[in-house]
Design a protein around this ligand. Structure first.
Ligand code: GLU
Length: 388
């Protein structure tokens, strides 16, 4: 399936949305069944569902916790406590074993996996963003399942002002955004969002759909419903807010519900559904415009204007007339036509000096001219938003 097949299309019976690119987040409590070891039966069901969907042509990736729990088991409780340095040691010990488990389980289905350890800082950085996006999309195109976790050894959440261990709920929302996922599924032990904490209140009711994540809904998340993983319901709701604002439909569901991932992928109502609050194109446009420096500009000829606007093409070197300003690979640049009217903005694959050298050339000459090659496109279609 090509990278461009990103929109949620209708399923065969035309009544339910079908999702094509899906991020599945599995939390520690689910993967360990709240014990001190991986629940391989649970993992095998999760892997089987992901494999089945991949065989059916969907693009799948997994954000998996569990490294700290596995590390704790391997070190047999030598490292006690929950403070950041201890958890970093445990994550470093456990990550290999965690990945190995996925590798073996996917091997049964003949599917290769890749490890991607990311920090939220990398994901927020524009240069990191381009590389991470290209790599993850490249893995999907190669039929590989990325198994993503936070790079706990270096990652400490500075956003909260203190030394806080990152949570994979937020990471999964950022990943879903960066790869333009259609659907983010956050799987845990709890079936979804309830009116009250279901562990404390037997009358608590599951909320099937949340259109708007306002404070009232946020309050239902409580401080934390989980003590094993980092994220409780509150971080899941924050993550859902982030993902839906980037145009990604999000579901919080129980990982032990039979065939949950497959059923959700086909649009079945399970757990709590948070519909996207904007389209991915709109959210991307907003993001790009807010990060764009107008002085960083690529001027293109009339042929390129037509190719971009009317034919949905990437910007290639022959269409470039000149660059204005100084910018680096990964920066968001403005693309203007010969009359200097802005037609698009996008993330550039090459810096301004490199573009000056390859402009008007054929893409095949890039390597000979620069001595390296980041792709045939100056700005790839997937990293561009048309504004006119
Ligand atoms: N990255 C941590 C781990 O692999 C988990 C963080 C979380 O539970 O959100 O154990």
């Amino acid at each position: 399936m090509s990278q461009n097949q990103q929109t949620a299309s209708m399923s065969d019976n035309q009544s339910q949305p079908r999702y094509n690119r899906i991020v599945v987040k599995a939390g520690t409590t689910l993967l360990t069944g709240s014990t001190d070891r991986l629940d391989l039966e649970m993992m095998s069901s999760l892997v089987g569902q992901v494999a089945r969907l991949q065989f059916a042509g969907r693009q799948m990736m997994i954000v998996s916790s569990g490294a700290v729990a596995v590390g704790r088991k391997i070190l047999k409780g030598q490292q006690q406590g929950r403070d950041v340095p201890v958890r970093q040691v445990l994550a470093a010990v456990g990550q290999g074993r965690l990945l190995q488990a996925y590798e073996q389980l996917f091997d049964w289905h003949g599917i290769p996996v890749a490890q991607a350890l990311l920090t939220r800082r990398d994901l927020s950085d524009r240069h990191g963003y381009l590389n991470i996006r290209n790599t993850l999309l490249g893995l999907l195109d190669a039929g590989v399942i990325p198994i993503i976790n936070e790079n706990d050894v270096v990652a400490v959440d500075e956003l909260s002002g203190g030394e806080v261990f990152g949570d994979n709920d937020t990471l999964s929302a950022m990943v879903a955004n960066i790869v333009d996922a259609d659907l983010l599924v956050m799987l845990g032990e709890v079936e979804g969002l309830y009116t009250r904490d279901p562990h404390l209140d037997p009358d608590a009711k599951l909320i099937p759909k949340v259109e708007r994540l306002n404070d009232e809904v946020g309050a239902m998340g409580g401080p934390s419903w989980s003590d094993m993983g980092r994220g409780g319901m509150a971080t899941k709701l924050d993550a859902a807010k982030l993902a839906t604002a980037s145009g990604v439909d999000t579901v919080i569901a129980g990982g032990r519900t039979s065939n949950a991932i497959v059923r959700l992928a086909d649009g079945e109502t399970l757990g709590t559904h948070f519909p996207a609050t904007t389209t991915r194109v709109e959210s991307r446009k907003r993001w790009m415009l807010s990060h764009m420096d107008e002085s960083d500009t690529i001027v293109v000829d009339q042929g390129a204007v037509r190719a971009l606007v009317s034919h949905n093409r990437s910007l290639l070197p022959p269409g470039v007339v000149e660059t204005l300003g100084e910018f680096r690979r990964g920066d968001i640049v403005s693309i203007v036509g010969p009359d200097r009217e802005q037609i698009a903005c996008g993330i550039t694959n090459y810096d301004s000096q490199e573009i000056d050298k390859i402009s008007q050339m054929r893409s095949t000459a890039i390597n000979d001219t620069l001595g390296h090659h980041y792709g045939d496109e100056v700005v790839h279609r997937d990293n561009m938003v048309i504004l006119s």
